[in-house]
Design a protein around this ligand. Structure first.
Ligand SMILES: C[S@@+](CC[C@H](N)C(=O)[O-])C[C@H]1O[C@@H](n2cnc3c(N)ncnc32)[C@H](O)[C@@H]1O
Length: 289
């Protein structure tokens, strides 16, 4: 028999373990359920005084649990500003355990994105966007779990330079710089996005991250050892950039990490070998042959 909201709320009010900072995922699941009750009403309840009382308790629980998350984000943000954010961010990212059953697959957002948003606090663009040319793909951030997956699978270190080709608001280079010893560069067409990314990196004291405004096709890529593409462009633009990367690979070994539909195109390149598992809804890693 399913338990009544009343019993569930009683239990949640007693369950202090949800206040442990690292129970982020469990808190997020509880908050999602409470949020749906807040918005849609309690299952099987009429508008009564009892429900009004429960509503107040739901509201109080939400405020209480959200404040645990806010404090966690603020405290990790302070660690990042002191150059010591990697351990706690990676602990949060990998706390859910290995990816059995394809939990990390897909392009939806989850509790890790809320964590990253609270830690990085990237502003909204303060000026209008310039607009994209044909074949450029609009901004959509990589879900945080894929960034952590990519960080783990590329094992970036201080010899690496990660270049995010079409970096948007810059969370991939910033997280990679926080969590690894690599130098990280974001190249982005939209000046407004570059400005936000630079402001955020400055506020976090991230001195190994730089952002370059421009069209990837016109930027020198010779420093990069690992290139990241979350399908930033399509068709001939993707072809042109793959040709540029192939020219880079003629001078040194490079790795390319992709997410999204561009992976299928990159996987056809004969000068690249896939490293580890390749699943369409997960980041893929390639190495120049
Ligand atoms: C799907 S978003 C990826 C954002 C970011 N890499 C991430 O994963 O969070 C693609 C981004 O590429 C940018 N972009 C598209 N074509 C570009 C080009 N030729 N040069 C530079 N940036 C480009 C877009 O403005 C957009 O911000």
């Amino acid at each position: 028999m399913s338990r009544s909201p009343h019993d569930i709320i009683n239990d949640l009010e007693r369950d202090r373990s949800l206040h442990e900072p690292d129970r982020l995922r469990e808190r997020s699941e509880v908050l999602d359920r409470l949020e749906s009750w807040r918005l849609c009403g309690l299952p099987g309840h009429l508008e009564t005084a009892v429900e009004a009382g429960l509503r107040d308790r739901i509201e109080a629980l939400c405020v209480d649990l959200e404040s645990v998350d806010d404090q966690l984000c603020e405290s990790i943000r302070r660690d990042v500003q002191l150059g010591a954010g990697a351990r706690r961010l990676l602990e949060c990212a990998y706390a859910a355990g290995p990816d059995e059953g394809g939990r990390t697959a897909g392009d939806s957002y989850d509790y890790l994105d809320a964590l990253i948003s609270g830690v990085l606090q990237i502003d909204e663009p303060g000026m209008p966007l310039a607009g994209l040319a044909a074949e450029m793909v609009f901004y959509q951030p990589t879900p945080a779990r894929h960034i952590f997956d990519m960080i783990a699978r590329t094992a970036l270190d201080e010899r690496d330079v990660l270049i995010d080709l079409g970096s948007g608001l810059g969370q991939v280079p910033m997280l990679a710089a926080i969590c690894t010893g690599a130098r990280c560069v974001g190249i982005e067409w939209e000046a407004a996005h570059v400005e936000c990314a630079r402001r955020c990196a400055h506020s976090l004291n991230l001195d190994r991250v730089t952002f370059v405004q421009g069209d990837v096709r016109e930027i020198d890529l010779s420093a990069g050892t690992v290139f990241y593409l979350y399908t930033p462009f399509e068709d001939t633009m993707l072809r042109d950039v793959l040709d540029m990367l192939r020219a880079q690979a003629a001078t040194r070994e490079i790795r390319i990490c992709t997410l999204g539909p561009c992976t299928a195109t990159v996987a056809q390149e004969r000068w690249l070998q896939v490293v580890g598992p390749w699943e369409i809804h997960r980041a893929a890693v390639f190495r120049s042959a």
